[in-house]
Design a protein. Sequence first.
Length: 72
Amino acid sequence: MFISTHDLFLLRELELRRRDYKNVSVRFIGLHEGDVGVKLEQGDSIDDVGEVVSLEENADQSNRYLSMDWQE
């Protein structure tokens, strides 16, 4: 099965499930802009694929949402 996503919730859930089911083979693949074309990184965990921009953007949005002044 191949799943492609930018969804933070799904990425985190896949990582949690990978840790729960150690006997299931999982590969994470990251595509990044390289000097000449696209660079591919892969590994057994999300930490192996370099920076995932959508994770950073989603976390930033969550922080901004949580720090909103709800009195406005």
